[in-house]
Each structure stands twice: as C-alpha cells, then as structure tokens.
Design a protein around this ligand. Structure first.
Ligand code: ADP
Length: 680
C-alpha cells in the first residue's frame, strides 16, 4: 500500500479529530463527558501524528517508534474512561478493570522505554494484544449497560453505538495486524465513529440512524459536486500559475454563489430518493405552516393541524390543547388516535407546564434519560419526583414529543405527538420543522384573541348606533302613552285596559333600558372588596319576594370565602338575572322546583389566579343543544315576552369583572349557570 495514502489518511483523521475535540470543548468546557471525549480525541490525534511521522521517517524501532507505541498505550485508557462516563458506569468491576489497564500500560511503557525486553518482537505483539482486549472490553461495558436498560429508545441508541464501535475498532486494529498489511479504512471509520459519538453526546437524544446516514450521503454528494466544479475550472490550467490563481478565484466565487441553493437542492433530492416518508412529512408540515398563516379563528386551529398530521401518516397519536380563559387548565381541542386526557390541570401538572415553558419542547426520551441519570446520581427525591410527574403527564396526553405555544412567558397551549410504530423518536430535522408549526400555531392563537376583541368592538359599535335611534323612537311615544294612561286612571276607564297599558309601557321601558345597558360602552366597574356570599343573600331576598310559583330557594355558602375585588351592584344584577331565568324555566315546566345556589373556591394555578365559583342550579326543563349554542347571543329568546338580552348583558358584565359564565344543562333535569370570578 502506498505509504502516502497512509500518511494522508492519518493527517486527515488528525485534523478532523482535533476539530471535533475543539468544537465540543467550545460548547462547554466544564462538562466532564465533553472533557473525556476531547481527551480521547486528542489521544487519537497524537496517535495519527506519531504514526504518520513514523511512516514518513521510515524509522524502525527507535525513538519515533517508541513514542508511537507510548501514545498507542494511552488509547485504551482514554477510551475506557470515556465509555465509563458515557454509560455512567461506576461499578467496582469497571474501576478495577481501569486500574488493571493502567497498570498493564505502565509496565508495557517501561518495557518499551528502557528496552528492557531483549526480544524486541514480543513488545509490539503485547502492546497490540493489550489494546485489542482493552478496546473490546470498553465495548463490553456498553453491552452491560444495554442489557440493563428498559427504555427501548436508549437501547436502540446503544445498539447503534456498539455495532459502529465494533466495526470501527475491528477495522482499525486490522490495519495494524502485521500479516495483513496496512489499509486506511480503519482511520476513516474511526473518524466516522467519532463523529457519530459527537452527535450523540451533543444532542443527548437518539441520533436517528437514517438521519445520520442521510446527512453523510448528502455531505458526500455535495462534496463531490463541489470538487467536480473546482476540478473543471482549475485543473485544466494548472500548468500556468497565473491562470491557475485566476481560475481558483473564479471557482471560489462560483461555489460561494451556488453553495446554498445547491446544498438545499442536493438535500431535497437525496431525501426524496432515500427517505420518502420523512420527505413527505416535511412537505406536509410546510403546507401546514402556510395554511396556518391564514387561521384567525382559534376553533379552526385544531382540526386543521390534526387533519394534516393525520394525513402525513407520521403520527399515531396527536392532540392539541389550549389554555382556558382563567388560566387554570389546558383543555383538549382535538385529537388523532386514542383519546388522551380532556384536561391538563395547571396545578396538578405544574412541573410539566413549567418545563414546557422553560424548554419550549419536551421529548419523552430526554425526560426518561434525565430520570435515569437522576436516579443514578442519587439526586434528591424531589427532583426525581418532578421528572416522574412530567413523565406521567406525557403519558396522560399520549405523547412522545410536546411542542408549546408560548407568548410573553405564558404557555397558551401545546401540541403533542407520538409515532408508536417507530423505535426512534422524531429526528432533529423533524423537530425543527414541528417547532416551526408550533410557532405558527402560537401566532394563530394570538391573532384569534386580537380578532375576537376586534369583533366584539365592531359589534358593540354597531349596536351602539342602533340603540341611540331605537331609544328615541320608542321612548317618546312611551312617555305619551304612560301620561295618557295615568290621566285616564282618574276617570272612568276600563281598569283592565289601563293595567295593560301601564304594564306594557313598563315592559317597553325595561326593554329599552336593557338594550341601552347592553349597547353602551361598558361602564367601568366599581371594584371594592366584595363578600360574594353577602351579595348572594341580598339577591335572594329580592328573588324570594318575587317568587309567585313558590319554588324552593336554597343557598349553601362556602364558609370563609375570601373577599374579592368586584362590583357588588353588577354582580347582584347578574345573579338576579340568572335566578329569574331559573325560576321562569321551572315555572314553565309546571310543577314546583328547587333553585339552589352554592359558592366554591378553586385554587390558584401557575399562570392563572384562583376563582370563586357561584353556581345557580335549577330543576327546570334544561335546554336543547340549539338553545345552549345561542344562549349569550343578544335578542335570542324562547320566551313570548323575553328580550333575549339578559344573558348577553350578564356575560358582558361578568367578563368586565374579569370572569366568565359557564353553562351545564341536561334536558329534563335542569341547568346550572356558574359565575366564575377571579380572586385578586
Ligand atoms: P330572556 O330571559 O329575556 O329570554 P336571556 O338572555 O336571559 O333572555 O335568556 C335567553 C334564553 O335562554 C331564554 O329565553 C331561555 O330559553 C334560555 N334560558 C336561560 N336560562 C335558562 C334556564 N335556567 N333554563 C332553561 N333555559 C334558560
């Protein structure tokens, strides 16, 4: 074999190993694993250089030869130390073996340095044997770890490592087996193996073999294309120095311009040819990102994202959660595959939400790995518990990877994905694309909030205009009717008629007042410390006084309810309206019923606030789905003499107080309207 090939491949390997060592140290100099990786690399660099020098000098077993052997003796030690740290093996066996290796290396080093063994042929063999044994023992430690692992993903990762390490070590060792003769494959494979290790430690997640292969192929193809351009432009004129320099510059400019488009073209083609499924997944995600740009209604978000993901056939489970209005829980907006949890409570799943907020994306295998490391390093129970909590939430939402929608440090929602069929999780490239999708979802959620506000404002503005006209049209004749009726009252009129006139005018007046109330820009609430139980009692006094059908009225207050900042008058108005609706609903159903009120307190969440919940429950007829859907829409009413403004106005008032109204109803059994108010 041409000696120059050996020298060149060794030099190339030295350059790449140095680059890997420097790069990893630049990432973090204090990380122990990184340090050991760098030391292992630098040891190999020393080996490549001393080997190249030895071959170049054509030296025999003299100083250079000795130096080379001494460097080689260190390799098993640095390799073993690195693998020990990599699999976090702190067993007595591995420590003992390490000491044995060091001892053997020292003995051999002394023998080599001082030429103590006369029979020179023996030493290289002993060194060779020692290196072989030590390297394979290092791999055996990977295997030991592999056997004890439960996580499928971690096992895969070690499997890849063992196989690639075995092949690289064997070929490298074969290169130096005297009877076979030197080839350079060992060096190249060792470098590939080192790069593989580099990726694995940096990413702390399974390096997808396909992704790695894909990258290697793309890189190789790209290098060939670049080399071809350079050769075509440069080689022809290499005999004339001036032209050579000129053409080299031209070639560099051409490459500079072509670099980016060519790289993406080669990547695209290669991915298309080799990894069709992944390529198509990328395309699906691109399309999804474009479609998301035009989503303004948050209700369209989940169906769009989930149907696209389902169509990509790269997920077996997917779900989308968005935070509810009080910030106390994330509710499921849609899912693909078996149904996950409907709600993720912020308090109960606090560690999950916190990590999601800090890291943006959570990958199941990383969390599993973290738990394993914590256990191995005997971390405090609270840390293990926290990771356990995160893992159980991931399990609850059927997730392999969770992507969050974050704005201003608040998690608005998240997308959870899993592909059960694959042994590996999503590749880094796919995670990058999915992060893009999550960013678009965040925008869509934000936009929809803004959009909701704008829509609300427009609607109110239109109503405001209408109401001004309406009020004039109705109020003027009303005054006249009422005046006339009151005059007639003193004469000899039909009392029945008069009553009707007065009742009707009162009613019309109340319609107009309600309408104006609704249409007027929201009055600023007069926030004072409010005892909600007291407000309810006061409301019920009024309700009881106007309860002709004699329905039973109950109130079960929560004792010790804290005072909240609210507007008692507005609150009373809302509760009165809800109670009247309830009484009216029960009266319609004929028999006498029960109106019951309760108060409850729910705890503060991480991003939200605690809430006081006032439930107004009746035993009336309940509502059909259609009624429920239209409940809060102004002018929607099922009553002959209803205005359809009561609930719309109530909701507006409650929203203005920072709260909301929730509705639950069962046909034939009754309804519950719950006023939820923030504790501030
Ligand atoms: P109005 O009472 O003037 O009709 P609301 O906005 O208060 O206007 O109510 C709208 C509609 O909601 C009612 O017409 C009724 O159909 C329905 N509704 C409200 N509360 C209840 C309830 N407790 N049970 C059944 N239906 C109800």
């Amino acid at each position: 074999m041409d000696l120059w090939i050996r020298i060149q491949s060794a030099l190339l390997a030295a350059v790449i190993s140095t680059a890997l060592a420097v790069t990893i140290l630049l990432r973090n100099r204090r990380n122990r694993l990184y340090q050991l990786y760098a030391i292992f690399n630098l040891n190999l660099v020393a080996w490549y250089l001393s080997d190249a020098l030895f071959v170049y000098a054509g030296a025999g077993y003299d100083v250079l030869g000795k130096l080379r052997v001494l460097v080689a003796l260190c390799i098993p030690i640095t390799a073993f130390r690195f693998f020990q740290a990599f699999v976090s093996d702190r067993s007595v066996l591995s420590d003992r073996l390490f000491r044995i290796f060091v001892a053997v290396a020292v003995v051999l080093a002394v023998l080599v340095t001082f030429d103590l063994d006369r029979e020179v042929e023996f030493i290289p063999r002993a060194v060779y044997g020692y290196i072989c044994i030590a390297l394979y023992v290092s791999l055996y430690f990977l295997y030991r770890r592999y056997r004890r692992l439960e996580s499928k993903v971690e096992r895969t990762r070690l499997q890849y490592l063992m196989v690639s390490g075995g092949v690289a070590f064997t070929l490298a060792l074969l290169d130096y087996l005297p009877s076979i003769g030197y080839y350079f494959f060992g060096n190249i494979l060792t470098i590939l193996f080192l790069y593989f290790l580099f990726q694995i430690i940096l990413k702390l997640r399974v390096l997808d073999l396909y992704e790695f292969l894909g990258r290697a192929i793309v890189m190789a193809t790209f290098s060939f294309v670049v080399a071809a351009i350079l050769v075509i432009l440069v080689v022809w004129w290499r005999k004339e120095l001036d032209l050579f320099i000129f053409n080299t510059i031209i070639a560099s400019i051409v490459l500079y311009i072509l670099y980016d488009p060519m790289r993406s073209f080669v990547e695209d083609r290669m991915n298309h040819l080799l990894f069709r499924e992944r390529y198509e997944f990328g395309n699906h995600l691109d399309t999804l990102r474009r479609q998301l740009a035009s989503v303004i209604d948050v209700d369209d978000l989940a169906p769009l994202v989930l149907s696209r993901l389902e169509a990509s056939r790269r997920v077996t489970h997917a779900s989308l959660y968005l935070i509810d209005e009080y910030g106390v829980a994330y509710t499921l907006k849609g899912h693909v595959g078996p149904p996950p949890a409907r709600r993720v409570d912020v308090v109960a799943h606090n560690p999950f939400i916190r990590r999601l907020r800090d890291q943006g994306v959570l990958i199941l295998e990383n969390q599993e790995r973290e738990k394993r490391l914590l256990e191995e390093h005997a971390a405090p129970a609270s840390a293990v518990e926290e990771t356990d909590n995160v893992l159980s939430t991931l399990d609850l939402v059927h997730s392999g990877a969770v992507f969050s929608f974050i704005t201003d440090g608040q998690v608005l929602g998240f997308l959870s994905l899993k592909d059960e069929r694959l042994r590996e999780a999503y590749s880094s490239e796919e995670i990058r694309l999915l992060l893009g999708v999550a960013a678009q979802c965040t925008l869509a959620v934000e936009n929809s909030r803004v959009f909701d506000k704008v829509r609300d404002r427009d609607r109110l503005a239109a109503l405001g205009e209408m109401s001004a006209g309406l009020a004039h049209e109705i109020r003027n004749p009303l005054g006249a009717i009422k005046g006339a009726a009151q005059l007639l009252e003193g004469g000899d009129p039909d009392p029945e008629m008069l009553k009707i006139i007065i009742d009707e005018t009162n009613r019309l007046n109340s319609v107009v007042s309600q309408f104006l109330d609704y249409a007027r820009p929201t009055r600023k609430s007069n926030l004072v410390p409010t005892d909600v139980n007291r407000v309810i009692e006061a409301t019920l006094d009024v309700v009881r006084a106007d309860n002709p059908a004699r329905h039973e009225v109950r109130f079960r207050p929560l004792q010790g309810l804290p005072a909240i900042q609210s507007d008692p008058e507005q609150l009373k108005q809302v509760l009165l309206n809800l109670c009247q609706n309830a009484l009216q609903a029960m009266t319609v159903s004929g028999s006498s019923g029960v109106l019951s009120l309760t108060t409850r307190l729910s705890e503060a969440g991480d991003h939200g606030f605690g809430t006081v919940r006032v439930a107004v429950t009746d035993s009336g007829p309940g509502m059909t789905d259609e009624v429920r859907r239209n409940l809060f829409i102004p002018f929607f009413t099922t009553k002959v003499r209803g205005t359809g403004l009561g609930l719309a106005l109530s909701l507006r008032l409650v929203r203005n107080l920072g709260g909301n109204i929730e509705v639950a109803s069962r046909l034939g059994q009754g309804s519950t309207f719950t006023v939820v108010l923030p504790v501030r």
